[in-house]
Design a protein around this ligand. Structure first.
Ligand code: SF4
Ligand code: SF4
Length: 378
């Protein structure tokens, strides 16, 4: 689409221009890794823009600090410019490269797929399965599998997730290559350790340690805390599923499990974290200062939060009502939402996680290389 290509060139040119002003100014060097990585880049290539845009955590500290931000005629708006470039990197490196990338990377598409998955599971089940199977009460070991067979649940979820992870993996590999060759002498082990710490702590979401400027020029740690609640909650839910798989396939203990069992406790703690994190982040987005925000990307951000919120709430509803006749419909809704989330992993806002992790690893390798080149202190 020529218009789309022209738009991409304009987005890249705006970001390049703004970063060149930053390279001369250097006022924001202490805020985050983006400005430190910028020091060694005088001519900004497409590879540099890809890398820097994904290294940016969108904390907005540099926007509120900038003497050249709008309404100054230089119009330097680094968070907005880098958000737009970053979103293009998800589309440009998507695998497989299918037509319609612009539509597939929107929040509307993610929500349409999610609702379709719920409908595709629920409507045939309600129409064609015996009513006592879907709407009856089931209890005891294997109750869920009396609504839908285990092989169908595991097959649908497993195949969808496998395909999506494959797609995300190839996309991240293409993005990794797009950042250019790895610094030759960088120590990989220490770089991996540094990158993991940066990912786990979201250090760059701290605007130099004092927090983000989501709502105005006051610093706040709210976004970092909500993000932690969401990502660690998600990890706990993943751990709950892993433990349940071992219970079922190694120990022969079929779900549903008692409230005070490891899978339920991990899942409940994780679900609570996901609900608090998604609600908090959505609230911050709705009340954010619009100045440094790329409004056209908000839909995709909110769609991912909505998907994760729905997964957590439908999971809790299933836990609370699993002994009642509502269990069957709730299982179909929960499974449909999970499938919708899995199916849209390769084209939704979720990609920001692996792409940013790759950029942080790249930055950690560059730092190792810089340390190696530094002359030994006398
Ligand atoms: S964002 Fe503004 S103040 Fe910060 S380095 Fe760039 S030009 Fe300078
Ligand atoms: S992480 Fe924050 S300070 Fe750094 S470039 Fe992005 S918005 Fe600016």
């Amino acid at each position: 689409m020529p218009g789309d290509d022209g738009n991409a060139a304009r987005i890249a040119q705006d970001a390049r221009q703004a970063l060149e002003i930053c390279n001369a100014c250097r006022y924001c060097d202490g805020y985050c890794a983006v400005f430190r990585a910028l020091r060694s880049r005088r001519e900004l290539s497409a590879a540099d823009l890809s890398f820097l845009s994904n290294l940016c955590h969108n904390c907005r500290a540099c926007y509120h600090a900038c003497q050249y931000a709008p309404p100054h005629p230089f119009d330097v708006n680094i968070p907005k410019s880098l958000s737009l470039v970053r979103q293009r990197t998800y589309r440009d490196h998507a695998w497989p490269a299918l037509p319609g990338g612009r539509v597939r990377h929107t929040g509307r598409f993610a929500m349409a797929v999610t609702l379709s998955m719920v409908a595709v599971l629920s409507v045939p089940a309600l129409l064609w399965l015996p009513p006592e199977q879907v709407l009856g009460r089931h209890s005891g070991a294997g109750a869920f599998y009396r609504v839908l067979p285990w092989s169908l649940i595991a097959g649908l979820a497993g195949l969808t997730l496998l395909w999506s992870l494959l797609s995300v993996g190839f996309s991240v590999a293409a993005f990794w290559r797009s950042m250019g060759p790895v610094p030759p002498g960088a120590a990989t082990g220490p770089a991996l350790r540094d990158a993991l710490w940066d990912i786990a702590s979201l250090r760059n979401l701290g605007g130099g340690g004092v927090g983000c400027n989501d709502r105005d020029d006051r610093f706040s740690q709210a976004r970092r805390r909500f993000h932690h609640a969401l990502s660690y909650g998600f990890a706990l839910c993943f751990a709950a599923t892993a433990v349940a798989t071992v219970y079922d396939h190694v120990l022969g203990w079929q779900a549903p499990y008692p409230v005070f069992s490891l899978p339920v406790l991990l899942g409940s703690l994780g679900g609570a974290g996901m609900m608090a994190g998604t609600a908090g982040l959505a609230w911050l987005k709705r009340h954010a200062d619009p100045g440094p925000v790329a409004a056209e990307l908000l839909g995709a951000d909110l769609a991912l939060l909505a998907q994760l919120f729905l997964i957590a709430t439908s999971g809790f509803a299933l836990l609370a009502l699993r002994e009642t006749a509502a269990m069957g419909p709730l299982l179909l809704i929960h499974l449909g939402v999970v499938l919708g989330f899995f199916a849209t992993l390769p084209c939704g806002k979720f990609l920001h996680a692996p792409f940013r992790a790759a950029a942080l690893l790249r930055w950690a390798l560059e730092r190792q290389e810089q340390r190696r080149k530094e002359p030994p202190s006398p």
